[in-house]
Design a protein around this ligand. Structure first.
Ligand code: PLP
Length: 387
């Protein structure tokens, strides 16, 4: 009997996150700072709209590419915010979170052996999704000395005959910077010259701090027609468990994603789509106040980590800081295990995000201020004991 997994799955590693979870399960009184889970509930009016839609019978199959009203609202948002026109019927696809959009993109667009440039370090879901699409991930160095922004020279030097996709993520998980117009234009230039597609993961587009403004890479010169923009309701609207995301882009690649989506997911949960629609069309006051709270948490975490000797850059957006732990004479995995055992604070080793994440640990600041302060107090005491 052959019960082996497909070869492409054997290339996916279980990863350090799993090991740290296993260790944490055995310990009491854990402060879990492993994943970026917004610590507030879904807008109650939006929830009510979703429940109401369900009571009125919107519990049947919806169109496979998404509830029409939601696609229309997403296209209107792209027009209003970015000045980009997308046809809601053929250029917008509603997916089960940004995660499904990414996986459907790699399955839908790659041929075996096609290379995808993936930031290193980056979101843990990218490399497995590329592998599931039978692509080959090629790491773009994201170096602290460059502010963790991919450089034109590095990206250019990675281009080969097999290069097909450049994957970008701004605001960035786990490193915190954002791409601005100049970065987007120069990275776009590589894609244009080499006839590559850009997949731009913008799931944190609304979570930006200070005076920074999110730049949608599809607005760069000549990029609209070679960019797939991935978005999500997970973080902005605290809807991580409801699984609503989306992709917009030119008709041809969107049709490829749609085909994969149609024969895997069929359609996204109809109630969740109605909740998402209500959240999107609500005046965005609650989003603004939540982002302000995230900014206060970011400031506390950034200041205190630097004070206790865990130097980190100030994130411009997203929900994470990435302290440098290279001075502690331990691997980043050993450092997270030390923190877990000594302080019961669970963090994720940078190596979980790619080879170049070694020497860092990732800490999300989306938890409540009290939890964060408590975690930082515990860490401060443990680092003092370390000397
Ligand atoms: N992209 C990035 C950069 C993320 O950090 C995440 C989740 O943490 C996702 C995509 C996937 O989010 P979801 O599938 O919940 O929309």
């Amino acid at each position: 009997m052959n019960l082996k997994p497909a070869e492409r799955l054997t290339l996916i590693k279980e990863g350090e996150i799993r090991r740290i979870f296993d260790l944490a399960r055995e310990l009491p009184d854990i402060i879990d700072l492993s994943i970026g889970e917004p610590d507030f509930p879904v807008n109650s009016q939006a929830l009510e709209v979703g429940c109401d839609a369900a009571r009125k019978g919107r519990t049947h199959y919806e169109p496979t590419n998404g509830v029409p009203e939601l696609r229309k609202a997403l296209a209107e948002k792209a027009e209003r915010v970015f000045g980009l026109h997308y046809d809601p019927d053929s250029e917008v696809l509603v997916t089960a979170g940004g995660g499904e959009a990414l996986a459907a993109a790699f399955v839908g667009l790659l041929n075996p052996g096609d290379e995808v440039m993936v930031p290193d370090p980056s979101f843990v879901g990218y490399t497995p999704a590329v592998r599931i699409g039978e692509g080959v991930p090629v790491g773009i160095p994201m170096l602290e000395k460059n502010g963790f922004v991919p450089s034109f020279e590095d990206v250019t030097s990675l281009v080969t005959r097999k290069s097909r996709v450049i994957l970008l993520n701004s605001p960035n998980n786990p490193t915190g910077p954002m791409l601005f117009h100049d970065d987007a234009a120069s990275l776009g230039e590589v894609a244009i010259k080499r006839d590559m597609i850009v997949i731009s993961d913008e799931v944190y587009e609304k979570i930006v701090f200070d005076d920074n403004e999110h730049v949608c890479i599809a607005t760069s010169p000549a990029m609209r027609d070679r960019t797939l923009v991935i978005g999500s309701f997970s973080k902005t609207y605290a809807m991580t468990g409801l699984r609503v995301g989306y992709a917009f882009g030119p008709k041809e690649p969107i049709s490829s994603l749609w085909l994969v989506h149609q024969y895997t997911v069929t359609c996204v949960d109809s109630i969740a789509q109605h909740i998402a629609l209500a959240a999107l069309t609500d005046p965005q006051d609650s989003v603004r106040s939540i982002v302000n709270e995230f900014q206060r948490c970011r400031d506390i975490v950034h200041r205190r980590l630097n004070e206790i000797g865990l130097a980190c850059m100030l994130p411009k957006g997203a929900l994470y800081v990435l302290p440098n732990v290279k001075g502690f004479d331990m691997s980043s995995e050993a450092f997270t295990q030390f923190l877990l055992k000594e302080t019961r604070v669970m963090t994720v080793p940078g190596s979980a995000f790619g080879r170049r994440g070694e020497g860092y640990i990732r800490i999300p600041f989306a938890a409540s201020r009290e939890r964060l302060e408590e975690a930082l107090d515990r860490m401060e005491r443990a680092l003092k004991r370390l000397g």
